[in-house]
Design a protein around this ligand. Structure first.
Ligand code: SAH
Length: 236
């Protein structure tokens, strides 16, 4: 089982190209997802809604799960990891109130789906993943979709990505127990960070942080369940 209770069937498999009827079914399912899962639940930012209405989520899930790409939940992507629920992707993205010229760091590339959504909204996306195979797969998928403003690196999110700092916003899609100090250091003053905080197996607090002149302003926004943020750098 994956950490989110979804059976992990996954050796990722190359997907055959979708035929026109399948493509149309995906377009319709995506439009329904935006309506029923996002607008209905209160996502209001039209730029965020447009990004989720555009990015083909089916391209980021294993081929045998493509028919389920627009379901209202996370899905396994192999190697014990998951692609987040579309609503959570939209919620976290909206919470950062991103501006078109900004530079964003994502920690936990996973499938690359969240990075593709960010790619539509900001100038630069820097995304870190500790599992080499996932980083490689996300990199090629993002290239196939022409997300030219996304850089993918295999590395340890606890160290951040100093070469890209300062970031206007940081979005973390795995859960550390405490806010990693390097990420705070790499956030510009006035920058925002959203991350789940807490131990695995228990509800984690999704927290929205703002770095002000006097320190961090922390707001807890909802309970979530993410895979843990694993210390110790990339897998060998
Ligand atoms: N944003 C992803 C979902 C990611 S799941 C998507 O859109 O599909 C969380 C990811 O965080 C996993 O792929 C996991 O390998 C990665 N991760 C865990 N600990 C990490 C760390 N210390 N540094 C970087 N990535 C990490």
């Amino acid at each position: 089982m994956s950490t989110l209770g979804v059976p992990d069937l996954s050796a990722p498999d190359p997907a055959p190209p979708a035929n026109p009827a399948e493509e149309l079914a995906f377009v319709r399912a995506r439009a329904r997802m935006v309506q029923a899962q996002l607008r209905f639940r209160g996502i209001r930012d039209e730029r965020v809604l447009a990004a989720l209405a555009t990015v083909p989520r089916q391209a980021f899930v294993p081929a045998h799960l493509r028919a389920r790409a627009y379901e209202d939940g996370p899905l396994p992507i192999g190697l014990g990891q998951t692609i987040s629920q579309p609503y959570i992707v939209a919620f976290m993205t909206e919470a950062l109130a991103l501006q078109p010229g900004e530079r964003v760091l994502e920690v936990g590339t996973g499938s690359g789906y969240q990075a593709a959504v960010l790619s539509d909204l900001v100038a630069e996306v820097w995304t870190l993943e500790r599992v080499p195979e996932l980083a490689e797969r996300a990199r090629s998928q993002l290239a196939l979709l022409h997300c030219a403003n996304v850089r993918v690196r295999c590395g340890d999110g606890f160290l951040g990505w100093p070469e890209g700092a300062p970031f206007d916003a940081i979005l973390v899609t795995c859960a550390p127990e405490e806010v990693p100090p390097a990420l705070v250091a790499q956030l510009r003053e006035g920058g925002r960070m959203i991350l789940p905080l807490g131990p695995q197996g228990q509800a984690q607090q999704l927290c929205l942080l703002r770095k002000g002149p006097g320190g961090l302003d922390v707001q807890s926004v909802m309970l979530v369940a993410f895979v843990p943020m694993v210390p110790g750098g990339p897998e060998p």
